[in-house]
Design a protein around this ligand. Structure first.
Ligand code: GLN
Length: 453
């Protein structure tokens, strides 16, 4: 814990932590030491972690990196983090993220952008670590913590993992409790770890996962020993290579990485099959209707009355207006406006309802594929490597949304997906591959992920 606290101090330039909690960390570590002495350390005894600022931490400021939550200090602990502390982990502090987890580059945070510890060969340009869990990915990649919590609504665990050569898994929807996690789009949000290796990710997920009566969408099935899946033979497994993910204009190095990953799995005894997921091209537009619709509803609670920021006003309407105008950033306002629009009476059928139907078709594509005996699907994790701060999405938000092209389908279908570091581009930047699994079959992803790693 001390070594990591010093590393955090020395790497403040990355802006990965928005709040450091050294006293709490040392107290927690000491308490764990005493437990270890009694033989009650727990599976994560003494492991120092960073926590995305979207997880409510009792007595520690939790902001979702939005000005509107201001100095909100929860009186409760999220289920996921409380399970990590139960198992002996130690909290080092809270990690930066895109405001309300809306973004793909960690540039929408009210605390400013996060730096990626990776650089292009021979260049000093600071690159983004991806988003929205940019602080988590950067901190793990820079060895500031042994692992981190993260959340993934449309790729926010897997894309930052791919940009920083870390491992990130979004488990099946319902695997982890969402209780105490600031809501973005409730039917898509899932918690998961970002870690230094597939094995670390397996150990962390085991503690984070599990049924919670406080989240009615969390599923009451046993959590397997994920670590036992590491090193298990993948011989005879059927790996689907989806034809629709071969995009026009895809960089040659991403294509190459994808073929290499497939070859490694084949060499380990897996069988490769070409599969079709015909509705893939509708996933991104449908996601950018469903996610903002749910966000506009979830964010209605930030009214200046119940939480955080409250701007002065003469009456209640002005209170809402003034607080929201100054408390929400530009991307959040854009999402709320899109969401309100697609849910409004005249447009509901044309946009929201249609997007929900498309979502069903996307889910069915995967079901058909798994029904043919496919065990997992291999795709690139991102369409490019990390880019520079300020380089994308400035004039055209859709340019930023395109980052999610390979990841959003998984959230729309509720499936588990893992991003594993697999190679580098011509400029020395990390690239990742994604494996998509059957519902609640994270184990297969760990077994296959370890082969690629
Ligand atoms: N980049 C996507 C978005 O902005 C996904 C974010 C996430 O997964 N939290 O909506």
């Amino acid at each position: 814990t001390d070594a990591h606290l010093s590393a955090i101090e020395a790497a403040r330039v990355l802006n990965a932590f928005v709040m450091e909690t050294p006293d709490r960390a040392r107290d927690m570590a000491k308490a764990v030491d005493e437990k270890i002495a009694k033989g009650e350390g727990g599976p994560l005894a003494g492991i120092p972690l960073g926590i995305k600022d979207l997880f409510a931490t009792k007595g520690v400021r939790t902001t979702a990196c939005s000005k509107i939550l201001g100095n909100f200090v929860p009186t409760y602990e999220s289920t996921v983090t409380s399970q990590l502390w139960r198992d002996g982990a130690v909290m080092l502090g809270k990690l930066n993220n895109d405001e309300f987890a809306m973004g793909s580059s960690n540039e929408t945070s009210c605390f400013g952008p996060v730096g990626n510890p990776w650089r292009r060969d021979g260049s000093n340009t600071t690159l983004v670590p991806g988003g929205s869990s940019g602080g988590s990915a950067s901190a793990v990649a820079a060895l500031l913590c042994m692992g981190a919590t993260a959340t993934d609504t449309g790729g926010s665990i897997r894309q930052p993992a791919a940009f920083t050569a870390t491992v990130g898994i979004k488990p099946t929807y319902g695997r982890c409790s969402r209780w105490g996690i600031v809501a973005f789009a409730s039917s898509l949000d899932q918690a998961g770890p970002i870690a230094r290796s597939v094995r670390d990710a397996a150990m962390l997920l085991r503690s984070m996962a599990g049924h919670d009566p406080k989240d009615t969408t969390s599923v009451d099935i046993p959590v397997p020993d994920y670590e036992a899946a590491i090193g298990k033979s993948v011989k005879g497994m059927k790996i689907g290579i989806p034809r629709e993910y071969r995009l026009d204009g895809m960089p040659a190095e991403i294509e190459k990485l994808w073929s290499e990953g497939a070859a490694w799995l084949k060499a380990a005894g897996a069988e490769l099959v070409e599969v079709s997921l015909p509705h893939t091209k509708y996933a991104l537009p449908a996601y950018y209707i469903v996610a903002p619709a749910e966000a506009s509803s979830n964010l209605a609670r930030y009214d200046g009355v119940r939480y955080g920021l409250r701007e002065p006003a003469k009456n209640i309407i002005e209170l809402y207006e003034n607080t929201r105008a100054s408390g929400f950033g530009a991307e959040v306002k854009r999402r709320v406006m899109i969401g309100t629009y697609v849910l409004s009476a005249g447009y509901y059928d044309a946009y929201y309802l249609r997007a929900q139907k498309v979502r069903t078709l996307i889910k069915k594509d995967f079901e058909d594929c798994f029904a043919k005996g496919v065990d997992a699907i291999l795709t690139p994790a991102t369409p490019s490597a990390a880019f520079g701060i300020g380089e994308k999405g400035g004039a055209d938000p859709v340019e930023m949304y395109l980052n999610d092209i390979f990841t959003v389908t998984v959230n729309m279908a509720g499936l588990p997906g893992i991003a594993v570091p697999a190679g580098k581009d011509a400029q020395g930047l990390p690239l990742g591959l994604q494996l998509i699994g059957r519902p609640f079959d994270e184990e297969t992803l760990f077994s296959l992920g370890e082969v690629i790693e």
